[in-house]
Write a protein that binds this ligand. Structure first.
Ligand code: BV8
Ligand code: ZN
Length: 253
């Protein structure tokens, strides 16, 4: 892989680094992306599965879809891309992962500072009384609910995954922290995202406006390509380890 001098000088001196990630970083773990070739939304309609209205119309369908995705996420492992991001922590002062993914794979790879903009599929809560339930409690409630989606043991409200659906607000504290990290970073890597879902896609734009060097890693060009200072077209699990190796080499010498 060829690196130009401008990128190398940024890589050599960067102290604060943000990785803004999307579904593409988990593709090599076997988790489908949403858009693009083989994307989930080519076959299914987001408005029928990823909105509160859809959930209220058909809780069982939406619950089962998330259970299916939870199982896939559970049965897979973080890949070389997630691991390369974790390794970056040894090289610079501060690494923040701002992810749109709900699959928990950055946490499982051991990344320390993970900001989950769209929630986490492992967590579930009651839509009425907001009580959270552990995965074990969920299994028990699922058994009790028979063929319906599970209900809260305290108030019988419907239980939903702790993810942000279309038309819902992002967790304000997490988004503010992500904006703060984006506006103070030296390099922002934008990895495996089509960067079309807002307000999440403001994060790399904020980084850019604050003077950060923007590096895109994707298998194809995206909305980000126009504003990126550098784009590496290839799989995250192949490109990121090469960037880490290069960073090790130039930051030690
Ligand atoms: C909100 C979470 C305020 C749960 C998801 C215009 C019309 C209508 C609506 C809007 C509009 N403009 C803005 C909106 C609002 C809407 C929005 O942005 N819509 C878009 C689609 C136009 N946003 C919202 O509704 C947000 N909330 O605005 O609140 C509000 C509130 C009330 C009333 C009014 C306003 C909330 C958005 C949250 C959506 N949640 N899901 C779940 O996962 O089930 S969306 C979904 O998309 C995913 O979760 C993901 O987080 C997100 C982003 O997708 P990506 O991660 O980028 O994935 P994608 O498949 O698109 O791309 C994958 C990329 O990887 C590709 O580029 C591919 O080339 C690349 N790739 C593939 N393999 C690899 C790879 N790259 C590297 N290596 C590989 N191996
Ligand atoms: Zn409840």
């Amino acid at each position: 892989m060829k690196f130009n001098d401008h990128f190398l000088s940024k890589l050599k001196t960067a102290q604060k680094v943000v990785f803004f990630t999307g579904a593409g970083i988990s593709a090599e773990s076997g988790i489908s992306t949403f858009r693009g070739k083989d994307g989930i939304w080519n076959k299914l309609k987001p408005e029928e599965l990823a909105s509160f209205d859809a959930f209220m119309r058909n809780p069982k369908l939406v619950w089962e879809w998330y259970q299916y995705r939870r199982k896939i996420a559970h049965d897979t492992k973080p890949n070389l891309g997630h691991e390369a991001i974790k390794q970056f922590e040894k090289l610079v002062d501060e690494v923040t992962v701002v992810t749109q993914n709900v699959d928990n794979l950055h946490n499982r790879a051991g990344s320390k500072n993970v900001l989950e903009l769209h929630g986490n599929i492992e967590r579930n809560y009651c839509t009425d009384c907001r009580t959270f339930f552990s995965p074990d409690e969920i299994s028990k409630l699922e058994n009790e609910s028979g063929s319906e989606s599970p209900r809260c043991s305290k108030c019988s409200g419907l239980i939903r995954p702790d993810v942000v659906w279309f038309g819902e607000f992002l967790p304000q504290d997490v988004f503010s922290e992500a904006e703060r990290k984006a506006s103070g970073c030296d390099i922002c890597f934008v990895v495996g995202t089509s960067a079309i879902v807002y307000p999440a896609a403001y994060i790399p734009i904020t980084a850019r406006q604050s003077g950060a060097f923007i590096v895109e890693v994707n298998i194809e060009s995206t909305e980000m390509t126009r504003i990126a200072d550098e784009s590496f077209f290839g799989k995250a699990g192949e490109v990121l380890p090469k960037i880490v190796e290069k960073a090790k080499e130039i930051r030690i010498n």
